[in-house]
Design a protein around this ligand. Sequence first.
Ligand code: LRH
Ligand code: MN
Ligand code: MN
Length: 431
Amino acid sequence: MSTIIDSGLVAEHNAKLRSNLEADYAALGGMLERRGQNIEQLTTLAQGFAVAVPSWGVGTGGTRFARFPGPGEPRNIFEKMDDCGVIHQLTAATPGVSLHFPWDKTDDVAALREAATRHGLYFDAVNSNTFQDQAGQEHSYKFGSLTAASAQVRAQAVQHNIDCIELGHALGSKALTVWVGDGANFPGQHNLRAVLERYLDSMRGVVSALPADWQVFIEHKLFEPAFYATAIADWGTSYACATELGPQAKCLVDLGHHAPNTNIEMIVARLAQFGKLGGFHFNDSKYGDDDLDAGSINPFQLFLVFNELADAALREGEAFKPAYMLDQSHNVTDPIESLMSSAIEVQRAYIQSALVDRIALAHHQEQHDVLQSAQALKQAFRTDVAPILAMARLRSGGAIDPVAAYRSSGYRRQKAEERPARAGASGSGIV
Ligand code: LRH
Ligand code: MN
Ligand code: MN
């Protein structure tokens, strides 16, 4: 594996911060020991944590109104892989990359595999895209894709998903994530039931093309681009479809895809209980599908999601392995910095959830000691586990402070020279 940022520079960075980290780590270790917890076990747990980076996240995003490109944006999938390599090198927590087709389509699959190996990366779930028309495409998705009234449109959308499976298979992926924007903008625009019937019919075609060791993740979203009725709007619809489609079909929870104030951790608990929790797109939001950095708005919610995951892992054992991916759009920050910080936020929630004393919590719940039950969670959430995360990075070959190391490396400055901006260039194609 070759490193993109000079490893000597990372070592120098770590040498400067190491003694302070060791002091903080010892202090936290002592405090945790008094609570009956072993810091070394938690650090090992943190070292085993992984969340995949979305290839589309390393470019600057945009809104419906404008996109303000940043310097040195990646112009193709190979440059995106370089940026993903930096994120993993410094955080040691993001070995997976989630590709999006056709944005990341390449004829040189061998070269893409080679790029991944070079950076110590693998390919997590691949994503299909039938929410946009592509140049030269025969049938338009303006009135739907997998749910379209036209059989020809549906067949084209099914075929695209099958192409994604084939490409993903050649790259070593093991799952396909399907999100469709299909829906209606006006009451009466379509027949609510017929749309879901057509969705299921199309998805049966997709599922039948899955290799035996693959999964398909159904991603729901409340609204946008359909503003009246979205075909797969909620986890109930997602669960019903995943059940209809059989054991290879599971549900994917994108944290930004719910109405404000929805109890997402309860959705997570339900899906885990019924064996249909496939994975996550982590991000944060205040209003809708804001795609803000994970943990930037509501870190307690992220913790509560991981608290349910910790409970499910205890009940389900080894078999319980939902896929963890980020799905964010960066409009005003350097995408590499945002993705590194977000990966750490998700890892933080994971470690905080491991701090919950589940035996004590179950006891408080049995006794109806509501205050203590709530405190058991709050105590874990309030614990600053930053030294554990930093030590995990140091031991895994990452940087103690990834953003500081990245800034001092001059990577972005160098890329700004190597990758001159192109007029209208877009990282994801979503503007
Ligand atoms: C839809 C979504 C879905 C897409 C991605 C670009 O809002 O979350 O996961 O594939 O954004
Ligand atoms: Mn998503
Ligand atoms: Mn989204």
